[in-house]
Structures are given as structure tokens and as C-alpha cells.
Write a protein that binds this ligand. Structure first.
Ligand code: AMP
Ligand code: ZN
Length: 508
């Protein structure tokens, strides 16, 4: 079952769908560019990790032994990706009069909390950039003679020294992209710093000695070094947000080429990773995604407004990762309702399974709890009715991770009538091993988060909703409307027609 549909992934390097062919048979090695921990991640950033998680889960589902690395950038990332501006970490530390190490620890922990809340699986390694500075210096030493040159401000990579520079971005390298730092003496506009010297007379919080003077590594260097060290060149898949396709990843690729052989990119092994994948952006028109705006869109803000974090995961999965996704509160509310419906169905199935007791043969109770499920287990007579749906689910995710189609197939599974509830639970659990919505273990009550700003207590809302239900049952629609208005006056929207029970949300 696991090999039913061959996995195809869109490679940004060739701009084509390609069958996944692991470098090491049976294994999948994946590197994901992680956050720069100078501030809280916004929900757009988290889309990049939901995408990487779906990729990892799909690879596991397809039977590959996954090694996933996500890095934490705590040094070197300037306010502009293209080598200009100040170091993001140094700037935040100066603004808050705190040590960089404290800033990094605080925001790394905040990021990990979001990872957990979104049910993103832990990678095999969280690699921290500052732990790898000696290795970065060694890497730079090994490419310096042939591929770098020194200027007053540091050691620069000569992008003209490798073949096919910028192919990933399809960039016109000589003119640059308009965002490239003007440094006197650079040989090409796109050349970038491998090592940045601390200017004379200045002292930075983070600096190290190197053959090119005291200073700090350039941002692109860390990912080449950590991915090569932890996964070995070439590894299978490198991921990041689509902005990385333009500068960061072309520069990583150039460094990797320099390190391995300086060969061209027609041989996929020379770029360091065989496949480069990028998620498109989550966009928000009013600018709340910007970390500089007052109330920016953090996951915690969604939770404060009464949305379970997995509703955001659902929102992400409803779109293809390569499509731009526009954020709206209505869209999030709809995703929450969809998640509730699935949980309600699972709850009912569990109840029926318990009622039937031992007469229902499969799967085991552990499986019903959502533990250790893969499609391999979904075999046998109980599953014949599901075979077509399982195949379609498998085909959808194998088709460049088409989660939106996979979700509609899951809906069809849920809607299937007259099937063994335990078998249906087994199929849902297997599908959820890929989707990661916690469908088998999440308690529906947990979805009901009280908005932080709610001024009335939940019991009062419940009492009014119950009174309203009684009024409707007695066909006293005038009273029912009056009670609805009463709730609205307190900022609470009653959600009518919801077959799942009495639902309310804080009005916007
Ligand atoms: P940063 O912390 O800025 O390095 O970004 C972390 C990750 O989030 C990177 O993979 C970015 O490409 C990605 N990213 C940044 N903004 C967005 C967005 N609005 N939507 C999706 N991904 C994003
Ligand atoms: Zn990176």
C-alpha cells in the first residue's frame, strides 16, 4: 500500500514535478531553514514549518526513514537578506538592552511553543548556528582560495567562480535584484559576505576570531555548513519559504558547489541537495504580518481571540503549499468549524465502537487512540470498502503534497455509511498521520478556547444559549431573536444551525 502512488515533488531548481529518488535507498534527509530568533514568529513563518512537517510526514507515510534538520539562526542574519543593514539579533539586543543570548533563548522557546501547538513533529536535530562557528570557519577556509576574495569589510564569495550562479532564482545577477548591498570592491553585484569583520573600533556582542579577522559569519554560510555536516552532501530535500528562492538559497547552492566541485547545476548533486522546495507566502492585506506592526499576527494572538492553533494548521492544509494563501478571520473561523466537524465525527465513531465492544474486530484500541498508524495496517476485509478512498488519499499527497484534495477524501471517509466504526477510525488515524490534525486524540472541548477579551463568563453564555434553544423548540421566535440580540450586545455571536451543538464566538 505504501508504494501505491510514486511520490512526486516540485523542484524549484528545475521548476518541474519530479519523482522522488532518495540518495540513500529507503531514507529521506531533509533540511529546513529555520527562524531567525530575534522576535516572535508570525503565522506566515509558521506556514513554512507546517509545510515542512507535511513533507516529513508524507515521506514517513511513504515508508522512508526520515532525518529532518531545522536550524535556529542566532547570528549573521542582516535586516536585509541581500547582505545589507544591521544584524537582526544585535539590533534587537541593543533596542532591549539585553544580551543576544537571552534574546535568542526567549524567542527560540516561543518558536518551539508554536511548533508544539501546531502539532509539528520534532526534527531529529535542531541545529543552532552559534554552535557551528568553528565548522563554518573550516568550510570558509576550504573554499577561500578558489572562490573568495578579501575586502576591508570581510571575506566575499565570488559568484562568478561557480557555474550557473542564480539558476534557482532565475536572477539577472549582474544587474542584481535592486536589493544587493553596494560594497566598494565587490567583483559582482551579487557577491556576498562569507565572513563579516567587526569594523575597527567597534565591539559586537557576538564575534569570533578567524583568519580574516575578528567578526561573524555571513548568514548563508551556516545553512551550507549545518546541512552538510548533519545530512551529508548531497542530501535529499532542502526547504524554505519562497523568499529564500531569490537570495539565500542561490547563495547556499553557490557555496555548496564551491565546496564539492564547482561543477554546474545540470548535475543535481552539485547543489548540495537534490530537490529544493519552497512554500508560498501567507499574505495579509492590512500589514499585520509585519513584525514591526503593533498587533502582529502571532499564533498567540489567534489563541487569544478564541481560535485553537490547529484551526490555523487546517487553514494551511486547505491550500496547496505552492499557492499564496490569504489570511482572514472568516477563513480561520471556517477552518475551525471544519476541524470541529471532524472531531465530532470521530467522537461519535468512538462511542459506537465502545457500544459494539468486542464484536468489532479491528483495529486495536491503541490504533483507535491514534497511536502508530500507517496505511500498511489498513488491510484486510474491514477495509475493502475504503480501498478506493485510501488510494485517492495516497495519490493526492503523492502529487506534490496536495493536502486540500486529501482533506476532501478524508471528508468522504467520514461520510461513508454502514461501515465498521473501528475500521473507519483506523482509516482516519492513518490519514491523520499525514495531516497531523490530532483527530484521534484531541478532545472536542479543547477546541473551545475562551477569547481572552471575553468579559462575560462562559456559564452565562451557556445559560442564554440554552434558554434560546428552548424558545426555538417552543417556536417562540420572538424570544429567540431577543436572546440572540442580548448575546450580540455582549459581543457574542450565536452560531445557528450548527449541528455540532451550541456554539458561540466572540463577535468581530
Ligand atoms: P525568517 O525567520 O525570517 O528567516 O523566516 C522563517 C521562514 O518563514 C522562512 O522559511 C521564510 O521564508 C518563511 N516566511 C517568511 N514570511 C512568510 C510568509 N508570509 N508566509 C510564509 N512563509 C514565510
Ligand atoms: Zn537557511
Amino acid at each position: 500500500m505504501t508504494d501505491a502512488a510514486p511520490l512526486k515533488l516540485f523542484n524549484s531548481l528545475t521548476r518541474q514535478l519530479e519523482p522522488f529518488q532518495p540518495v540513500h535507498p529507503g531514507e529521506a534527509r531533509v533540511y529546513t531553514c529555520g527562524p531567525t530568533v530575534y522576535n516572535y514568529p508570525h503565522i506566515g513563518n509558521m506556514r513554512a514549518y507546517v509545510f515542512a512537517d507535511i513533507l516529513g510526514r508524507t515521506l514517513s507515510f511513504k515508508g522512508y526513514r526520515l532525518t529532518h534538520v531545522i536550524n535556529i539562526t542566532d547570528v549573521g542574519h542582516l535586516t536585509d537578506d541581500a547582505d545589507a543593514g544591521e544584524d537582526k539579533m544585535e539590533k534587537m539586543a541593543a533596542q532591549n538592552a539585553q544580551s543576544i543570548w537571552d534574546i535568542a533563548r526567549h524567542y527560540t522557546e516561543a518558536y518551539w511553543a508554536d511548533i508544539k501547538a501546531l502539532n509539528i513533529r520534532q526534527p531529529a536535530h535542531w541545529s543552532i548556528a552559534t554552535d557551528y562557528v568553528p565548522q563554518m570557519i573550516e568550510f570558509a577556509k576550504s573554499i577561500a582560495d578558489k572562490h573568495c576574495y578579501e575586502l576591508e569589510s570581510g571575506l566575499y564569495f565570488d559568484t562568478g567562480s561557480v557555474q550557473d550562479y542564480g539558476r534557482l532564482a532565475r536572477a539577472q545577477t549582474e544587474e542584481g535584484e535592486g536589493r544587493i548591498e553596494a560594497v566598494d570592491g565587490k567583483r559582482h553585484a551579487a557577491d556576498f559576505a562569507i565572513w563579516r569583520k567587526t569594523p575597527p573600533g567597534e565591539k559586537r556582542q557576538m564575534e569570533w576570531d578567524s583568519p580574516w579577522g575578528r567578526g561573524a559569519p555571513g548568514w548563508h554560510l551556516e545553512c551550507s555548513v549545518m546541512s552538510g555536516q548533519l545530512l551529508g552532501f548531497p542530501f535529499d530535500i532542502h526547504t524554505g519559504g519562497i523568499d529564500h528562492r531569490e537570495i539565500h538559497h542561490p547563495n547556499e547552492i553557490a557555496q555548496n558547489q564551491a565546496f564539492c566541485c564547482a561543477g554546474g547545476l545540470s548535475d543535481p548533486a552539485n547543489s548540495g541537495a537534490r530537490v529544493w522546495m519552497h512554500n508560498n507566502f501567507l499574505v495579509e492585506r492590512s500589514g499585520k504580518m509585519s513584525k514591526s506592526s503593533g498587533e502582529f499576527l502571532r499564533l498567540q494572538l489567534l489563541i487569544d481571540k478564541g481560535y485553537h492553533p490547529l484551526a490555523y494548521r487546517m487553514l494551511c492544509l486547505q491550500a496547496h503549499y505552492r499557492s499564496e494563501l490569504e489570511f482572514s478571520w472568516d477563513g480561520l473561523a471556517a477552518a475551525l468549524v471544519r476541524l470541529k466537524r471532524l472531531l465530532m465525527a470521530v467522537q461519535q465513531l468512538k462511542a459506537r465502537h465502545a457500544e459494539l465492544g468486542s464484536t468489532s474486530s479491528a483495529p486495536t484500541d491503541a490504533a483507535v487512540q491514534g497511536e502508530d498508524w500507517t496505511l500498511k495496517q489498513v488491510q484486510g476485509d474491514e477495509y475493502v470498502r475504503f480501498a478506493g478512498l485510501i488510494e485517492r488519499f495516497d495519490a493526492a499527497i503523492a502529487d506534490d503534497l496536495n493536502t486540500s484534495v486529501a482533506l476532501t477524501v478524508l471528508d468522504e471517509v467520514v461520510a461513508l455509511k454502514k461501515v465498521d466504526p473501528a475500521a473507519k477510525l483506523g482509516v482516519i488515524a492513518a490519514m491523520d498521520a499525514v495531516l497531523g490534525l490530532n483527530l484521534l486524540t484531541l478532545d472536542r472541548a479543547a477546541l473551545r478556547i475562551r477569547p481572552k477579551g471575553a468579559v462575560i463568563d462562559e456559564a452565562a453564555i451557556e445559560a442564554t444559549l440554552t434558554a434560546r434553544k428552548d424558545a426555538r423548540a417552543a417556536k417562540d421566535f420572538a424570544r429567540s431573536d431577543a436572546l440572540r440580540d442580548e448575546l450580540a450586545a455582549q459581543g457574542v455571536d450565536a452560531m445557528d444551525g450548527d449541528p455540532l451543538g451550541w456554539e458561540w464566538k466572540l463577535g468581530s
